[in-house]
Design a protein around this ligand. Structure first.
Ligand SMILES: C[S@@+](CC[C@H](N)C(=O)[O-])C[C@H]1O[C@@H](n2cnc3c(N)ncnc32)[C@H](O)[C@@H]1O
Length: 307
């Protein structure tokens, strides 16, 4: 869609103008990110990869390319999440399809997947089949990364949102994991019918007042059901804590992603619920995300002692 002719607007000029618009609209954190978004969106509009977009800098952009590109920039200026416009997001080395109705997977959630893979490896059933549940699966990011990287698992992926489950289903077929991943619609752990060895949950944890202060691209465009966790943020996690004993095998791990500063509170909620249900010998672990925040709580029960 580009031609080496003089006159008209060059690709470089278009990218410069778009970068400025994205910055003014706060669609990017800094000029480098705005420029990257502009290049990727020009690539989406024209079918070029990023290297080709950069190489085309001096070319005059074709009118059809300008129109398609400006429509994409306008969507971003109107706060549509960048990943929704591209239709995909990288997570744990895999490309997930995403769009309205599911949360865009966040990098910090990779910490939960790493903890899950360790807990699966250390489980006494690891030589046979480990039963895993992902509660609040969204795009399927956690469930499908775990299924892909731990072939000795069956993964039950639960969500209350049918829109989210449609994205999870698309991704499940994309990665050809339908033999080992089961999608279930329903509330928290309720749809689970067999004991779970490793239970994972990245449930909404943003308190209501903090939700109101989030950037428009999250507050207005991603599902509120995926982000807001009630007045204290931990409403759903607290409810799931009460269901754990009924759904966990005797040797099990439960692993939760939590908001910054919530981990001690969630530890208390989960260990109290398990202790009151008669579980003993709880082994509590914390995992930090890449920013150093204690992001993931893991509680193992009945695991053999490590050397
Ligand atoms: C923070 S998002 C996590 C999505 C995905 N697991 C990830 O890590 O990217 C929370 C998910 O929990 C789901 N959810 C909210 N309330 C739920 C409930 N009561 N039962 C099951 N899922 C629920 C939402 O629909 C959303 O998909």
């Amino acid at each position: 869609m580009t031609a080496s002719v003089t006159g008209g607007r060059s690709v470089r000029e278009l990218l410069r103008e778009a970068t400025q618009r994205l910055q003014v609209a706060h669609a990017a954190d800094d000029i480098d990110e705005a420029r990257l978004q502009a290049e990727l969106l020009y690539g989406l509009a024209t079918g070029l990869d990023r290297a080709q977009v950069i190489a085309a800098g001096n070319d005059a952009a074709a009118p059809a390319a300008i129109e398609a590109f400006e429509a994409l920039i306008e969507r971003r200026v109107q706060h549509e999440p960048f990943a929704y416009i591209l239709g995909k997001r990288e997570f744990f080395g895999m490309t997930f399809e995403v769009g309205p109705g599911c949360l865009v997977p966040r990098p910090e959630t990779e910490t939960l997947v790493e903890a899950a893979l360790e807990a699966i490896k250390a489980h006494p059933e690891a030589r046979r089949l480990v039963r895993v549940a992902d509660i609040g699966t969204g795009s399927g990011a956690i469930a499908l990364s775990v299924a892909r990287h731990a072939p000795n698992t069956t993964v039950y992926a639960v969500d209350v949102s049918t829109a989210a489950l449609q994205w999870a289903g698309k991704n499940m077929r994309r990665f050809d994991l339908q033999d080992r991943v089961v999608l279930l619609a329903g509330d928290l752990a309720e749809p689970l019918t067999e004991p779970i060895d490793v239970l994972l949950a990245n449930l909404p944890y943003v308190p209501t007042d903090e939700f109101e202060a989030l950037p428009a691209q999250i507050r207005e465009r991603e599902p509120r059901l995926a982000v807001e966790g009630g007045p204290d943020g931990v409403e759903l996690i607290a409810r799931l804590a009460q269901q754990l004993d009924a759904h966990l095998a005797s040797v099990a791990a439960a692993i939760f992603e939590v908001g910054a500063g919530q981990i001690s509170w969630v530890e208390e909620l989960v260990t109290r619920a398990l202790t009151e249900a008669g579980r003993t010998g709880l082994d509590v672990r914390f995992h930090r995300d890449l920013r150093g925040i204690r992001r993931v709580l893991e509680v193992r029960m009945g695991y053999p002692k490590e050397d």
